[in-house]
Write a protein that binds this ligand. Structure first.
Ligand SMILES: Nc1nc2c(c(=O)[nH]1)N[C@H]1C(S)=C(S)[C@@H](COP(=O)(O)O)O[C@H]1N2
Ligand SMILES: [Mo]
Length: 216
């Protein structure tokens, strides 16, 4: 199977899941009380999920532009990125395909630090993450503005491997993992919402695992 065929089949089957409402249990859990969201099971390994293309972005050529409706747009090289305060944060992953992985030890730049640096304008209510493989995903600014959201450079003490989005990926633990863009290239602050790749293909706009916001 070539890459295009893989990609088409993967998109087809995930769109079918959404159309059929696969995995929905009809329960609503409570984050903080229920560690595991409804319909999820815990895995020990770390599955790789993407569109079948894992762009190779060399550390020296990687950069991240953060722009749109901000007071101060920036473009960071990896050196600039690493010169920002680095934080550690341990959190759980919840993928919409029903696996969850506990206690991921991330290290990188806190989302709150990003917001402090670029100072989004009051009318900026959403953001779009753009990746090197052409993937996009949208977030509410209020979901990104969370203590455990970060741009991750390390996982479990090691540089983030390419298949998991290295050099740098977004991590927004309170939402399904499709909201966490790998191979991050640009964060664009916008006023009106702009659905991303999966959000345009039957996946929920917000993606809260405890409310089973899988499809929508
Ligand atoms: N750039 C990019 N980011 C992406 C994806 C992708 O295809 N491209 N897939 C998303 C999906 S659907 C999931 S479940 C997670 C998977 O991350 P992992 O491969 O590190 O487990 O990445 C998300 N971020
Ligand atoms: Mo996913």
């Amino acid at each position: 199977m070539d890459k295009d065929e893989f990609r088409r089949k993967l998109i087809d089957s995930k769109q079918r899941w959404a159309a059929e409402g696969r995995l929905l249990t009809g329960t609503v859990a409570k984050r903080g009380r229920d560690r595991l969201p409804p319909g999820q099971h815990v895995v020990k390994n770390w599955p790789v999920l993407d569109l079948g293309v894992q762009p190779k972005v060399e550390p020296w050529e990687w950069n991240l532009t953060i722009d749109g409706l901000v007071g101060r747009a920036v473009t960071w090289t990896l050196q600039d990125f690493l010169a920002q305060p680095q934080v550690q944060s341990t959190s759980d992953i919840h993928c919409v395909t029903a696996w969850s992985r506990y206690d991921n030890r991330w290290e990188g730049v806190a989302a709150k630090h990003v917001l402090a640096v670029v100072a989004p304008l009051p009318k900026a209510r959403h953001l779009v993450c753009h990746s090197h493989d052409g993937y996009t995903t949208n977030l509410k600014l209020s979901d990104f503005d969370d203590d455990d959201a970060l741009l991750a450079y390390k996982w479990d003490g090691q540089k983030l491997p390419r298949e998991h989005g290295g050099p740098v990926r977004a991590v927004v633990p309170k939402l399904y993992f499709w909201k966490s863009a790998k191979w991050l290239k640009r964060i664009e602050f916008v006023a009106g919402d702009k659905p991303g790749f999966w959000e345009e293909r039957g996946y929920h706009n917000d993606g809260d695992p405890w409310q089973e916001q899988r499809y929508g």
